[in-house]
Design a protein around this ligand. Structure first.
Ligand code: ADP
Ligand code: MG
Length: 686
């Protein structure tokens, strides 16, 4: 595309204004939430290569840069499996080297144009012949330190490199997203300078880990700072508010609750519900977090709170992170509420039905509405919304929470989270949070037997598992990626393992589910799985949150060493919800270090989520990677509340100071808080 040279850009310019970003790339970026150039530049390189460090001769087993002479190449395609295979014969230092590229047929063009190319990869010697699989091809213009990026869909590393270089060429230092007082107090460099140093280090010396950490911490801080601003602003609005309405706990309600409950509440559930009742009868709106182990029974506590709202003439909203979960809660609610008084809004509700629901909602005929963040849409109006339950909070931006709470004047808010967060960390985050914890799971549940399967025994293990599945067992296999990654060849992916599972299970049916599968399709797969028509679900961590299939009895987690322990514990909680004994199999990555494997042993021993999260916090930082479909407790893009706790602490203090000033001069901050007040989504660079 030929466009006149870009005018000066700033970090708040839209990505389409960058030379090299056309409609298609712009859409790809937008879909991933990159609204501005500043957002895009937070996609940091995942590694660097020094293009000038080419070795004169091959060294086995080491990943390095070589300059090779291309002699000839051959492309073969496997149309059925939609694969291609490019073999290149090249020479270096008098030796012959075979380069092999999977699914990159377009590379032929490079070889047509130049007969000497620079590659970055690992040479291996097999039976006296040198081979290099899927090396990275550096382009002619690459000199000095070259950043490598994790691809963003169609935007591969090379394209990102070009676009980001163009962005820097056109970008001028504009307003910083952090106010000057903060930059000064914390000794942070201005945003653009720091970004440039991260993306285009002038020398190998400057991409040392410590230097990069220092620069990146500035952006982690910034992420936390805005999080804290928002959190504290919401909290202060809550504190200021008093509400006109009061709830009362009546004898009839108590009796109704006793009648409806199919089991005895655990002591923790009783305590949590009485704390909620206290909140609801007080004069101040409730803002309580209900924390608890997977399977600890948070839903029923939320239902009781909603029953109390209903008994007092108020409506409730139950917000779930996924359609599947919204459906599940809606189905479970049938036991507690009259069928005519509950409804579910989802993308698949036909428009006539949707209109009917919305009308009934506005008339107050619906007591509890279930759904995902679709409930936040403008046309969803309640007659008298009293209580909002937000299930599995870690998937929601604080902004979304805010949007809903602003909608009703003084709604009560109950947020549940299945990730046990140590109290000390919670205090770093929130300082004055109202929190209830369900520490014990309901009696009679058996712990999930957890075993480590060495990578070397993987094949044998799956052979055994197949026999179990044939015998009627049902469960999950969790893989970290959707597609194979060039940069993380040891991570398994859905697409990469499809053939393996096909031939393993043939003729048994199974389904593959990821965040990229359309939600109807995902729902259908899960329904078939719940019904037992499918006995294996191969999935990414999309199943992490909440899914309740009580008779699922095993979960296999591949590349287990690449997850945090809390996340593994969450995943493990998908099984062991029913009567039968259940098991979790952890398969570490090939070449996983002893230390990483030892870390997994903690899960074999421990079944208490709070204890696990304490260990996790201490051991975080190494090993686990970002860029998995999701990770960690909170949806921070860069930060990790465990690893970067000191930064969070600093951001919390600074945000409080900044908010306490009557004059807020810094324009991005002003805009951010205005937007917050107008129920808009978070903005960072504008
Ligand atoms: P989570 O806290 O993970 O959201 P759920 O609310 O989905 O857990 O509860 C998990 C399962 O435990 C559900 O099937 C629920 O009916 C059951 N349950 C909840 N409380 C109790 C209890 N006190 N006694 C027995 N079973 C319970
Ligand atoms: Mg739940």
């Amino acid at each position: 595309m030929n466009r006149p040279p870009s005018p000066s850009l700033s970090l708040s310019s839209p990505p389409i204004s960058i030379r090299g970003v056309g409609e298609a790339y712009a859409r790809e970026l937008e879909r991933r939430g990159f609204a501005t150039l500043g957002d895009l530049l937070l996609h940091f390189p995942e590694a660097y290569v020094d293009a000038d460090s080419a070795r004169p001769a091959l060294t086995a087993g080491e990943t390095c840069v070589y300059r090779v002479k291309v002699e000839r190449w051959r492309l073969s395609r496997d149309f059925r499996r939609r694969r291609s295979f490019l073999q290149v014969k090249a020479g270096i230092g008098g030796e012959s080297l075979q380069l092999v590229f999977f699914n990159r047929p377009y590379l032929q063009e490079t070889f047509r144009r130049q007969d000497a190319v620079t590659v970055y990869g690992r040479a291996e010697q097999e039976e006296g012949r040198w081979r290099m699989v899927n090396p990275l091809l550096l382009s002619e213009g690459n000199t000095g330190v070259v950043p490598l990026y994790a691809p963003l869909g169609a935007l591969k590393s090379g394209a990102l490199r070009r676009i980001i270089a163009n962005a820097f060429a056109a970008c001028v230092e504009g307003g910083d997203e952090l106010p000057a007082v903060v930059l000064e107090k914390r000794g942070f460099p201005p945003a653009l300078a720091a970004l440039k140093a991260i993306h285009m280090p002038a020398s190998a010396e400057q991409c040392r880990d410590e230097e990069l950490e220092r620069l990146k911490s500035r952006f982690i801080y910034s992420e936390f700072f805005y999080f804290q601003l928002e959190l504290q602003r919401i909290r202060s609005l809550f504190r200021e508010r008093r509400r006109a309405r009061r709830y009362a706990m009546t004898r009839e309600l108590k009796e109704a609750i006793d009648r409806l409950l199919p089991f005895r509440l655990t002591a923790d559930q009783v305590a949590a519900f009485s704390a909620i009742v206290n909140d609801l009868v007080s004069g101040r709106p409730m803002h309580r977090v209900l924390q608890g182990e997977v399977g600890s029974g948070k839903t029923v506590v939320a239902f009781l709170a909603l029953l109390m709202a209903r008994a007092n003439g108020f409506q409730g909203a139950f917000l779930a992170p996924t359609e599947i979960l919204a459906g599940q809660h809606f189905a479970n609610a049938g036991r507690y509420f009259p069928a005519a008084e509950i409804a579910r809004l989802s993308g698949s509700v036909p428009s006539a039905e949707r209109r009917r629901i919305l009308a009934a909602l506005a008339e107050g005929k619906i007591s509890v509405l279930f759904g995902t963040h679709a409930l936040l849409e403008e046309d969803v109006r309640f007659k008298d919304l009293g209580l909002v339950v937000i299930d599995e909070q870690q998937r929601f931006g604080v902004a979304q929470r805010a949007a809903l709470t602003f909608k009703g004047r003084d709604v009560d808010l109950l947020v549940t989270t299945a990730t046990p967060i140590p109290r000390t960390l919670l205090l770093t985050l929130y300082r004055d949070l109202e929190m209830s914890a369900l520490k014990k799971v309901p009696a009679g549940r058996k712990p999930v037997a957890t075993r480590l399967i060495p990578e070397a025994e993987r094949e044998r293990f799956y052979g055994w598992l197949k026999a179990r599945i044939e015998g009627g067992a049902k469960g999950y296999v969790i893989l970290p990626l959707i597609e194979p990654s060039e940069h993380f060849p040891d991570l398994r992916s859905l697409n990469g393992e499809q053939d393996f599972f096909h031939s393993l299970l043939d003729p048994l049916p199974f389904a593959m589910v990821s965040g990229r599968v359309a939600s109807e399709q995902k729902d259908k797969a899960l329904r078939r799985f719940a019904a037992g028509e499918l006995r294996l679900l191969v999935a990414t961590t999309v199943i992490e949150v909440g899914i309740d299939v009580p008779d699922a009895e095993f979960i296999v987690i591949e590349n287990a060493d690449r997850y945090g322990l809390s996340q593994l514990h969450q995943l493990r909680g998908r099984v062991g919800r029913g009567e039968a004994a259940s098991a979790c199999y952890l398969i570490p990555s090939a070449g996983c270090s002893e230390g990483a494997a030892a870390r997994l042993q903690a899960l074999v021993r421990l079944h208490d989520g709070f204890a696990i999260s304490e260990i996790d916090l201490k051991m975080r930082g190494g090993g686990t990677i970002a860029g998995l479909e999701q990770s960690g407790v909170f949806d921070f893009r860069l930060g990790d509340v465990g690893r970067d706790r000191a930064l969070m602490e600093a951001a919390r203090r600074d945000a409080a100071v900044v908010l306490s000033r009557s004059e807020l001069q810094h324009p991005p901050l002003r805009a951010f808080l205005d937007a917050l007040a107008k129920k808009r989504k978070t903005i960072s660079f504008s």
